[in-house]
Design a protein around this ligand. Structure first.
Ligand code: HEM
Length: 474
């Protein structure tokens, strides 16, 4: 089947390319004066002569810009802007109800300290968020200037700021816990990554391209299941839109380091880094365990292009030059990257499906251990941003609730959750490392909850045409 040409000038830019800018500021607004809010959304989407910055698209860049802005709307926002009830009821329940909906929050692992009632964003007790403005910039001065201009425009349109947080890249694309991030992202069929400047464009990838319909709503797009995630939504609103699960995730860096130290001692492992690699599926340098199970080859430029993402866990007979790790002796079946993207492994249903685009960055300062003591420093740090997909229930929620948090009946997974992300029980979570079929596995049994949810929203990120459609509502 030929893939439709993507309308790059209509699709919001953050779906198809990471901006590679070190700063991202997200500001949540409640809209009050509806006609003024509609006009402002229209102006940001290029309607009328106006001096405001424009929503960034995936259109080819002549020069890389110094900043980018994107808009997401919650279900409450679409309701507020006056989308007719007949249209609102065609949205999938996951989006309409949102991540704080009690049954959903439980399934996603948002219980205990992650319970929505403690959230700083999207908590049921707080004023409804209607719109999420995201600004990426290379320089703090540019970010401040843009945020001031845009906030003034929103205030003039009767909106009030409900929440804001800034994320900042750490050196070498690391996230808290010290791993390099931003390596594996789906390559989307029909997107010329080199031309739009996507980061992964220079990397080999053993996985097939994902159909555009897995990420984009639209009449012309077909998803991995042969369907189309636009459903019954009007194309004027939905064409070229995507859904974003926005998450504010706090990370307990001291507890993570203590897990490594404690279990290295207990299991007589010389190098705690080996344990860190087993939990993630990559060394902290980014090198994948399937290729280098015993020793970190470090971060080498040649590793990036050729090998850093060019692997599978069960490559199949047609691909015999790749190492077959179907039994999980190199990369544990329960490692974060393997649970959340089993690649060709037939973990559940079709291989190479349920993929998501990750646009999250760290917030808060790096954790510094003092004198080999991994003490809590009380500092708030974590990861913040969007997980983008065409269907929140089938993609983001499936990853978070089933792959990260369910007790899957597969070898090495029984009785465990994602070691990094899992909502581990109070008595301690389990993680199984099997390296040799003849020896008993290492079984870690004392994992605390390392990542907790501090806030969440589900947003629709319409195309430029969809934003203009919202502006034209009466
Ligand atoms: C604070 C929380 C998190 C941390 C510290 C974290 C860290 C990482 C790191 C270091 C990687 C490897 C780098 C790469 O492959 O690009 C990765 C990959 C990945 N993560 Fe997370 N992550 C977090 C939350 C999540 C969440 C909430 C999801 C989705 C529900 C998720 C889904 C994925 C996926 C799909 C991959 C790529 C796997 C692959 O294709 O090989 N992560 N994560």
């Amino acid at each position: 089947m030929t893939e439709p040409t993507l309308d790059l000038e209509d699709i919001q830019g953050n779906l198809l390319r990471g901006y590679h800018m070190p700063l991202a500021l997200h500001i949540a607004f409640a809209l009050d004066q509806v006609p003024a809010a509609r006009r402002l959304i229209g102006r940001l989407a290029g309607l009328g002569a106006n001096g405001l910055p424009q929503v960034s698209t995936a259109a080819l860049w002549q020069d890389r810009p110094s900043c980018a802005i994107n808009l997401g709307l919650t279900y409450a926002g679409l309701q507020k802007l006056g989308l007719p009830q007949a249209v609102l009821q065609r949205f999938p329940p996951s989006f309409a109800q949102g991540p704080a909906w009690p049954d959903r929050a439980r399934a996603l692992g948002d219980t205990g300290i992650s319970d929505p009632q403690h959230w700083e964003l999207g908590s049921p007790g707080d004023p409804a968020v209607h719109l999420l403005l995201s600004i990426n910039a290379r320089l703090q001065s540019r970010l401040d200037e843009l945020a001031a201009d845009l906030c003034k425009a929103f205030f003039d349109a009767g909106a009030s700021e409900v929440w804001r947080r800034q994320a900042e890249a750490l050196p070498q694309d690391r996230v808290h816990f010290g791993y390099r991030d931003g390596i594996a992202q789906p390559r989307i069929r029909g997107v010329d990554e080199r031309r739009i400047g996507a980061a992964q464009s220079s990397r080999n990838d053993a996985q097939p391209e994902a159909p555009a319909g897995d990420f984009l709503l639209g009449r012309r797009y077909v998803n991995s299941y042969g369907g189309n995630f636009l459903g019954d939504l009007p194309p004027a609103l939905g064409d070229n839109a995507t859904y974003g699960a926005f998450r504010v995730l706090r990370q307990d860096a001291a507890a993570f380091e203590r897990v490594l130290q404690r279990n290295a001692r207990r299991w007589k492992i010389d190098n705690p880094e080996w344990l860190a690699a087993k939990m993630m599926g990559r060394w902290r340098s980014g090198a994948p365990l399937v290729r280098d199970p015993d020793r970190d080859p470090g971060s080498r430029p040649e590793l990036d292009g050729d090998t850093i993402n060019d692997f599978d866990y069960a490559p199949g007979r047609q691909d015999e030059q790749r190492y077959d790790d179907a039994r999980g002796l190199r990369c544990p079946a329960g490692a974060h990257i393997r649970r959340l993207n089993p690649r060709g492994g037939m973990a559940m249903g079709q291989p190479h499906t349920r993929r998501i685009v990750r646009r999250a960055m760290p917030y808060g300062p790096e954790y510094v251990a003092g004198d080999g003591q991994y003490l809590d420093d009380g500092v708030d740090r974590g990861l913040l941003g969007y997980f983008l997909c065409g269907d929140l229930a089938m993609q983001f929620e499936f990853l978070q609730s089933v792959w990260a948090n369910q007790d899957l009946s597969a070898c090495g997974l029984r009785g465990t959750r994602d070691p990094i992300l899992g909502a581990h029980p109070a008595e301690g979570g389990r993680f199984v490392i099997r390296t040799d079929d003849r020896r008993d596995p290492i079984v870690i049994t004392d994992l605390p909850r390392l990542v907790s949810t501090r806030g969440a929203l589900y947003c629709l990120l319409p195309g430029i045409g969809g934003l203009r459609h919202l502006a034209s509502l009466t």
